[in-house]
Design a protein around this ligand. Structure first.
Ligand SMILES: [Zn+2]
Ligand SMILES: [Zn+2]
Length: 168
Protein backbone atom coordinates (compact mmCIF):
# COMPACT_ATOMS: atom_id res chain seq x y z
CA UNK A 1 0.00 0.00 0.00
CA UNK A 2 1.35 3.41 -0.92
CA UNK A 3 1.17 5.70 2.08
CA UNK A 4 0.96 9.47 1.78
CA UNK A 5 4.05 10.89 3.44
CA UNK A 6 2.55 14.19 4.48
CA UNK A 7 1.94 13.94 8.21
CA UNK A 8 1.37 17.64 8.83
CA UNK A 9 -1.66 18.76 10.79
CA UNK A 10 -4.30 20.68 8.84
CA UNK A 11 -6.30 23.65 10.07
CA UNK A 12 -9.78 23.81 11.56
CA UNK A 13 -11.98 26.91 11.47
CA UNK A 14 -14.19 27.55 14.46
CA UNK A 15 -17.01 30.03 14.99
CA UNK A 16 -16.40 30.84 18.64
CA UNK A 17 -13.30 31.61 20.66
CA UNK A 18 -12.48 28.98 23.31
CA UNK A 19 -13.55 31.51 25.95
CA UNK A 20 -16.95 32.04 24.29
CA UNK A 21 -17.50 28.35 23.92
CA UNK A 22 -16.60 27.74 27.55
CA UNK A 23 -18.91 30.52 28.75
CA UNK A 24 -21.76 28.95 26.73
CA UNK A 25 -21.04 25.55 28.20
CA UNK A 26 -21.08 26.88 31.77
CA UNK A 27 -24.20 28.97 31.19
CA UNK A 28 -26.08 25.94 29.90
CA UNK A 29 -25.29 24.29 33.23
CA UNK A 30 -26.21 27.28 35.32
CA UNK A 31 -22.60 28.01 36.25
CA UNK A 32 -20.81 31.30 36.16
CA UNK A 33 -17.41 32.00 34.68
CA UNK A 34 -15.56 33.12 37.78
CA UNK A 35 -12.36 35.17 37.67
CA UNK A 36 -10.29 32.11 38.45
CA UNK A 37 -11.93 30.04 35.73
CA UNK A 38 -11.44 32.92 33.29
CA UNK A 39 -7.74 33.18 34.14
CA UNK A 40 -7.30 29.44 33.58
CA UNK A 41 -9.14 29.40 30.24
CA UNK A 42 -7.26 32.46 29.01
CA UNK A 43 -3.93 30.95 29.97
CA UNK A 44 -4.69 27.59 28.37
CA UNK A 45 -6.01 29.25 25.19
CA UNK A 46 -2.71 31.08 24.71
CA UNK A 47 -0.61 27.93 24.61
CA UNK A 48 -0.59 24.91 22.36
CA UNK A 49 1.79 22.46 23.98
CA UNK A 50 0.76 19.40 25.93
CA UNK A 51 0.66 20.02 29.68
CA UNK A 52 -0.43 18.51 32.96
CA UNK A 53 -2.39 20.12 35.79
CA UNK A 54 0.62 20.72 38.02
CA UNK A 55 2.55 22.45 35.23
CA UNK A 56 -0.44 24.64 34.54
CA UNK A 57 -0.83 25.49 38.22
CA UNK A 58 2.86 26.43 38.55
CA UNK A 59 2.67 28.66 35.47
CA UNK A 60 -0.60 30.27 36.49
CA UNK A 61 0.79 31.25 39.85
CA UNK A 62 3.51 33.26 38.12
CA UNK A 63 0.88 35.45 36.44
CA UNK A 64 -1.01 38.34 37.98
CA UNK A 65 -4.49 37.00 37.10
CA UNK A 66 -3.70 33.46 38.17
CA UNK A 67 -1.59 34.15 41.26
CA UNK A 68 -4.34 32.96 43.57
CA UNK A 69 -5.46 29.94 41.56
CA UNK A 70 -6.08 26.96 43.80
CA UNK A 71 -5.27 23.36 42.93
CA UNK A 72 -8.92 22.14 43.20
CA UNK A 73 -10.09 24.96 40.91
CA UNK A 74 -7.44 24.09 38.33
CA UNK A 75 -8.39 20.41 38.36
CA UNK A 76 -12.11 21.17 38.26
CA UNK A 77 -11.77 23.71 35.46
CA UNK A 78 -9.63 21.34 33.39
CA UNK A 79 -12.25 18.62 33.62
CA UNK A 80 -14.97 21.15 32.70
CA UNK A 81 -12.88 22.17 29.70
CA UNK A 82 -12.67 18.51 28.67
CA UNK A 83 -16.46 18.19 29.01
CA UNK A 84 -16.92 21.39 27.01
CA UNK A 85 -14.86 19.87 24.19
CA UNK A 86 -12.07 22.41 24.52
CA UNK A 87 -9.42 20.02 25.76
CA UNK A 88 -8.57 16.39 25.33
CA UNK A 89 -7.06 14.36 28.12
CA UNK A 90 -4.75 11.41 27.66
CA UNK A 91 -2.98 9.32 30.23
CA UNK A 92 0.72 8.65 29.62
CA UNK A 93 2.70 6.60 32.14
CA UNK A 94 -0.05 7.29 34.67
CA UNK A 95 0.19 11.06 34.14
CA UNK A 96 -2.82 12.95 32.79
CA UNK A 97 -1.78 15.20 29.92
CA UNK A 98 -4.05 17.79 28.32
CA UNK A 99 -4.04 19.34 24.88
CA UNK A 100 -6.29 21.49 22.75
CA UNK A 101 -9.15 19.83 20.98
CA UNK A 102 -11.46 22.69 19.97
CA UNK A 103 -10.18 24.29 16.76
CA UNK A 104 -7.30 21.83 16.70
CA UNK A 105 -7.14 19.14 14.01
CA UNK A 106 -7.50 15.45 14.75
CA UNK A 107 -4.05 13.94 15.12
CA UNK A 108 -2.07 11.07 16.61
CA UNK A 109 1.08 10.89 18.70
CA UNK A 110 4.49 9.34 18.98
CA UNK A 111 5.40 9.23 22.67
CA UNK A 112 9.01 8.92 23.78
CA UNK A 113 9.28 6.94 27.02
CA UNK A 114 12.81 8.30 27.51
CA UNK A 115 12.24 12.08 27.51
CA UNK A 116 8.39 12.13 27.42
CA UNK A 117 8.38 14.08 24.16
CA UNK A 118 5.10 13.94 22.24
CA UNK A 119 5.36 14.23 18.48
CA UNK A 120 2.12 14.97 16.64
CA UNK A 121 1.22 13.73 13.22
CA UNK A 122 -1.83 13.27 11.09
CA UNK A 123 -2.43 10.68 8.41
CA UNK A 124 -5.38 10.29 6.07
CA UNK A 125 -4.34 6.68 5.53
CA UNK A 126 -4.82 5.89 9.22
CA UNK A 127 -8.19 7.68 9.19
CA UNK A 128 -9.28 5.56 6.21
CA UNK A 129 -8.21 2.32 7.91
CA UNK A 130 -10.05 3.22 11.12
CA UNK A 131 -13.20 4.08 9.14
CA UNK A 132 -13.01 0.74 7.37
CA UNK A 133 -12.58 -1.17 10.66
CA UNK A 134 -15.51 0.70 12.23
CA UNK A 135 -17.69 0.04 9.17
CA UNK A 136 -16.84 -3.66 9.29
CA UNK A 137 -18.15 -3.80 12.87
CA UNK A 138 -21.09 -1.46 12.13
CA UNK A 139 -19.56 0.75 14.74
CA UNK A 140 -20.18 4.48 14.85
CA UNK A 141 -16.77 5.95 15.69
CA UNK A 142 -16.70 9.21 17.58
CA UNK A 143 -12.98 9.51 17.95
CA UNK A 144 -9.84 7.52 18.44
CA UNK A 145 -6.54 7.67 20.19
CA UNK A 146 -3.41 6.24 18.71
CA UNK A 147 -0.21 6.59 20.71
CA UNK A 148 2.95 4.99 19.39
CA UNK A 149 5.39 4.48 22.27
CA UNK A 150 9.14 4.11 21.90
CA UNK A 151 12.33 6.13 21.92
CA UNK A 152 12.90 9.29 19.94
CA UNK A 153 15.96 9.80 17.80
CA UNK A 154 17.79 11.89 20.45
CA UNK A 155 17.19 9.36 23.21
CA UNK A 156 18.35 6.53 20.99
CA UNK A 157 21.52 8.41 20.04
CA UNK A 158 22.24 9.15 23.71
CA UNK A 159 21.72 5.53 24.65
CA UNK A 160 23.97 4.12 22.00
CA UNK A 161 26.60 6.70 22.89
CA UNK A 162 26.54 5.77 26.59
CA UNK A 163 26.54 2.08 25.71
CA UNK A 164 29.58 2.73 23.57
CA UNK A 165 31.30 4.60 26.43
CA UNK A 166 30.58 1.73 28.85
CA UNK A 167 32.55 -0.54 26.60
CA UNK A 168 35.58 1.76 26.39
ZN1 LIG B 1 13.22 11.04 23.80
ZN1 LIG C 1 -1.31 16.36 20.43
Amino acid sequence: MAVAADFALGKVDVALTPQERFAEFLQARGKRITKQRQAIVDHVARRHEHFDAEQLLAELRKTREGARASRPTVYRTLSEMVDAGLLKKMVLDGRAVYEHDYGYPQHDHLYCTGCHALIEFSSDDIARILDAVAARHRFRAEGHRLIITGLCFDCRSNRSRSRHQDRV
